[in-house]
Design a protein. Structure first.
Length: 525
């Protein structure tokens, strides 16, 4: 077999092995792209990355492909180890990131260090398709809401409308515009940045021009979002709209403003593209490379190629067999004490108790997006309990316990419901048996009623308040004990706003303190 035919065969076999190893991960990412508008732009990322790779390959045809086993095999091992650990510890993000690491290792084995160095941007760009950006995106939401509100307020003031800004509300003579999280413009900003980045890299020749284009894109994105909000307000004042920023008929207005924004960015790109200075040759950065010496290229070793293939296939088999074990409850949740402290179980819980596991949008409106159903739930739970308790004073709490015997993709504690709670929660520390315990609470007041939810996670006897520690403990137990089980506990309370609601909150906390020791008989440790 000729060297060229050998290389083609090696590439084909590597692609097949990579597909077997990562097929499930890729399918999971595609499902996230299709169901989460945060990542809808990600469908374009692999195609753009492929175009960047092809473009740079055309520019650098003189690069010699030579296998780099010394770096490629260890990096491939790192990638598949991340995949295996992520599978065992039910950490989906780690598995998804490992795809890019393993792909880089394979390219080193197939084509060598010079080729990978010349295509570093395409590989790094692939990270934008991995759904690991929810946390930084959520951190941008509130500042972006405020900025968009200020921009819209200034635009309305400039055109002469009487307007008042109260936080993220814009008060007009006839309407009040509420700029919620989904109107922050962050989604458009992320998608726009994902499109502008490759254009700046490919067709602008200096870092200063690239930074300038990205900065202009960010500014235009925020200006466009503020202009859209101002347009809705202006139409409402003129009697041509109802001032609802989220109405479906405002979609065309948003698309029109976005189109103008893209045209403005295109104009900026054209200005930055003209009068290019003469291209400079840099080692490994384009143009023909002159061989300074006649050092021979490393030869491909068939046995090493077979080793890499076996690593990928072995990992795919191991990943399928590395299913965490199911961990049953110590005792059925239905046998939970009917008397907890001075609280007695309601024998006929109201319909509210049945609906309680649904975390409604009004409760978690800070840092969260509205959902089609108006609520989020912990899904694919193996065991759960919904129960109401009352004390002698007539106070009432609702208890929810959801237990997972194991976690995997699509069946995890750190899902949409947990992320929504985390974004809206405040820390709470109380002591039980002279031992400080941290858990969380969400409190909201609306229409004269104050209500809240206390919640925490239980991971094999550990009381865990936040999803990051939850992921860490789950990963540790998965690696050391092959266990990814865990539970979420929520306690809901409500009362009229004022001193009475604060008393109801304190009594709910007292119920939580009485409940924790009782749960030890039911939840594994």
């Amino acid at each position: 077999m000729t060297r060229s035919a050998h290389r083609v065969t090696a590439v084909a076999v590597a692609i097949a092995a990579f597909g077997v190893c990562y097929g499930g991960i890729i399918a999971g990412m595609i499902d996230t792209w299709s169901t989460s508008y945060l990542y809808s732009y990600a469908f374009a990322v692999p195609f753009i990355a492929a175009y960047i790779f092809w473009t740079k390959s055309q520019e650098r045809r003189t690069l010699q492909a030579a296998p780099d086993y010394a770096l490629g095999i260890p990096l491939t091992l790192v990638g598949v180890t991340m995949l295996f650990i992520g599978r065992l510890g039910a950490t989906i993000g780690l598995q998804q990131v490992s795809l890019v690491v393993t792909l880089t290792g394979l390219l080193l084995v197939l084509f060598g260090r010079d080729v990978v160095r010349s295509h570093w941007f395409a590989l790094a760009y692939l990270l934008l398709m991995v759904p690991i950006w929810s946390a930084p995106i959520s951190q941008l939401q509130d500042p972006s809401r405020v900025l968009s509100t200020k921009i819209a307020f200034n635009i309305l003031s400039l055109i002469g409308l009487p307007v008042l800004r109260q936080g993220t509300n814009i008060v007009l003579p006839s309407h009040t515009l509420a700029v919620l999280q989904e109107c922050s413009g962050v989604n458009q900003l992320i998608a726009l940045t994902a499109m502008v980045l490759p254009a700046a890299y490919l067709w602008l020749d200096t870092n200063a021009r690239r930074v300038a284009l990205l900065s202009l894109a960010v500014a235009i994105s925020y200006l466009g979002n503020g202009a859209r909000i101002a347009l809705v307000g202006w139409l409402a004042v003129k009697g041509l709209g109802d001032g609802d920023l989220h109405a479906s008929y405002h979609l065309l207005q948003g698309l029109g403003v976005s189109a103008l924004g893209y045209l403005a960015i295109g104009g900026c790109f054209s200005l930055l593209s003209i009068s290019k200075p003469a291209a400079r040759q840099a080692p490994g950065d384009g143009g023909p490379t002159l061989p300074a010496t006649a050092s021979p290229s490393p030869r491909r070793r068939v046995w090493l190629d077979i080793t890499v293939l076996c690593i990928l296939l072995g990992t795919s088999v191991s990943r399928l067999s590395a299913m965490p074990v199911d961990v049953d409850l110590r005792e059925d949740l239905r046998s939970l004490d009917r008397q907890i402290g001075d609280w007695t179980m309601e024998f006929r819980p109201s319909s509210t108790a049945v609906r309680f596991p649904g975390i409604d949008d009004d409760l978690v409106d800070v840092g969260a997006y509205p959902t089609p159903t108006g609520e989020r739930r912990f899904t694919e739970v193996d065991d759960e309990l919904v129960r109401g308790y009352r004390n002698s004073s007539g106070d009432r709490v609702l208890l929810y316990i959801g237990y997972y015997q194991h976690q995997e993709q699509g069946k995890e504690l750190t899902g949409e419901a947990s992320r929504a709670l985390a974004a809206a929660a405040a820390d709470l520390t109380h002591s039980i048996d002279s031992r400080p315990l941290d858990f969380n609470e969400v409190v909201r007041e609306k229409d004269g009623t104050r209500r809240g939810v206390l919640f925490w996670y239980d991971v094999n006897g550990r009381i865990v308040p936040d999803i990051y520690r939850l992921k860490g403990y789950t990963l540790w137990d998965g690696l050391t004990r092959r266990r990814t089980n865990g539970a979420v506990v929520m306690i809901a309370w409500d009362g009229p706003a004022g001193a009475k609601s604060e008393a109801a909150r304190e009594r709910a906390i007292a119920f939580a303190q009485a409940l924790m020791p009782v749960l030890r008989r039911h939840l594994p440790s």
